[in-house]
Design a protein around this ligand. Structure first.
Ligand code: FE2
Ligand code: FE2
Length: 210
C-alpha cells in the first residue's frame, strides 16, 4: 500500500482542501449506499463521455486522442464494475440528478480557445484528483468488497489526474497555468466545503432528512 499512500499524498497536495468529515459521515451511512453507488456509476459514465467529447473536438492533438481514448475505456470498465456490484447488492439503477460539482467547475471554463481546452483539462484534473481522494478516504471504512474496489480505482484515477494535468501543461506556459489552477482550486474548495442540498459522490456536506 506504500505506492497507493504516496499517490494519495501527491493528490492531497494538489487539492485545495480535504473532504469534510461531515460528508464522509453521510457517505458511510448504510442508507446512503444506493445513492453512493448509483452516483458513482453515473460519474464513471460521465467521465467516459467527457473524454469522448474531447476526442471529437480536438482531432489535431494526437497525445490528447491517445490519452482520452485509453481513459474512456478505463472509465467504462469502472462503470461495468460498479453496476456489477450494484446488481450483486440488489440496488436498482434509478435515475439520479447530478450533483452541482462538475457543472459548478465547468462554469469557470473560458469560451475561447486555447483557454477553453486548458481550463477543461484543469477541471478534469481536479475531478479525477477529488475522486481519488474520496476513494482513499472511504476505502478503509467500507465493507471489504467495496473497500478493495475503491482501492483498486485509486491508481487509475491518479493516472487520469496526471494525464489531464500533463496535457494542460503542454498547452499553457507555467505562469498562466498556475493562475488557472489557483482559480479552479478556489472554486473547487467552495463546492466541496459549502453546504449542499443533496448527497452525491462529489457533493459538499449535507444533512439528509431521514
Ligand atoms: Fe473511473
Ligand atoms: Fe477517472
Amino acid at each position: 500500500m506504500t505506492s497507493a499512500a504516496s499517490l494519495v499524498a501527491g493528490i492531497q497536495e494538489f487539492l485545495p482542501c480535504p473532504t469534510p468529515e461531515t460528508w464522509v459521515a453521510v457517505a458511510l451511512r448504510p442508507d446512503q449506499e444506493p445513492t453512493l453507488l448509483i452516483d458513482h456509476a453515473n460519474c464513471e459514465k460521465k467521465a467516459a463521455a467527457t473524454a469522448l467529447a474531447l476526442m471529437h473536438r480536438y482531432i489535431d492533438n494526437p497525445v490528447l486522442l491517445n490519452k482520452m481514448s485509453r481513459l474512456a475505456r478505463e472509465e467504462l470498465r469502472h462503470f461495468e464494475q460498479v453496476i456489477k456490484i450494484m446488481a450483486a447488492r440488489d440496488i436498482s439503477y434509478e435515475p439520479l440528478s447530478a450533483s452541482r460539482y462538475a457543472q459548478g467547475l465547468h462554469k469557470g471554463v473560458r469560451r475561447q480557445e486555447p483557454g477553453r481546452l486548458i481550463d477543461t483539462l484543469v477541471v478534469g484534473a481536479l475531478i479525477e484528483a477529488r475522486s481519488c481522494e474520496r476513494f482513499a478516504r472511504l476505502a478503509p471504512e467500507l465493507d471489504r468488497e467495496l473497500g478493495e474496489f475503491y482501492l483498486s480505482l485509486l491508481k487509475s484515477e491518479a493516472r487520469h489526474y496526471t494525464d489531464y494535468l500533463r496535457l494542460a501543461e503542454s498547452l499553457a506556459d507555467g505562469g498562466h497555468l498556475a493562475d488557472r489552477l489557483a482559480y479552479f482550486r478556489s472554486l473547487e474548495a467552495e463546492l466541496v466545503e459549502s453546504a449542499d442540498t443533496v448527497f452525491r459522490f462529489h457533493s459538499g456536506p449535507v444533512t439528509p432528512q431521514h
